[in-house]
Ligand binder design. Structure first.
Ligand code: CTP
Length: 156
């Protein structure tokens, strides 16, 4: 019998598929996109999918919503190898790599408890994104504190 019985999640008709997300980061990707229980979109989340080139990957499929790839660049902070696929009538009509933005605001909490962005002042956190090879560091624009690992742990 040649029937292929394995079917994880169906192809979508229209929308955005974020593929090659670092294993375990799918929920943080949704957090960055502001997608939560009150969002109206149909969203499928796959975690720890075996993948040839990566040890395992996560995939997020958002139906009937085409997300502007630039809006997705912040994802590069936690999933540098993510690819964005725009789907129209089942076909992949656009494929983009994420590219870390130069600056991020209001996304990450500074690790310095005394930073002005951690006080009661109405100050939005802001970091310069510094890249060296595959590594991404965040430098606080207020106090110069550097987040050089586990950026996902610092998401606001
Ligand atoms: N996909 C989907 N619905 C569609 C078309 C594609 O959910 N109608 C998903 C696929 O399951 C895959 C991603 O979108 O996770 C990209 O599709 P495709 O480019 O066909 O796959 P690959 O060639 O494996 O992609 P890549 O080269 O980026 O690994």
């Amino acid at each position: 019998m040649t029937e292929k019985r394995e079917l994880r999640v169906k192809p979508i008709v229209n929308g955005t598929v974020i593929d090659h997300i670092s294993s375990g980061q799918a929920l943080n990707v949704l957090k960055i996109l502001g997608i939560n229980a009150s969002s109206k979109y149909v969203v499928s989340v796959l975690m720890n999918v075996p993948s040839g080139e990566m040890k395992g990957k996560d995939v997020v499929k958002i139906e009937n919503r085409e997300i502007d790839p630039e809006e997705l660049d912040s994802i590069a902070l936690i999933a540098p190898r993510a690819t964005i696929n725009i789907i129209r009538h089942y076909e992949v009509v656009g494929k983009h790599r994420v590219d870390p933005p130069r600056e991020v605001s209001g996304l990450v909490r500074c690790g310095n408890p005394n930073c002005i962005s951690n006080t009661n002042e109405p100050v939005t956190s802001r970091f310069a994104v510094e890249r060296s090879g595959d590594e991404v560091n965040l430098r606080c624009s207020y106090c110069e504190f550097v987040i050089d690992q586990d950026i996902a742990e610092h998401l606001l």
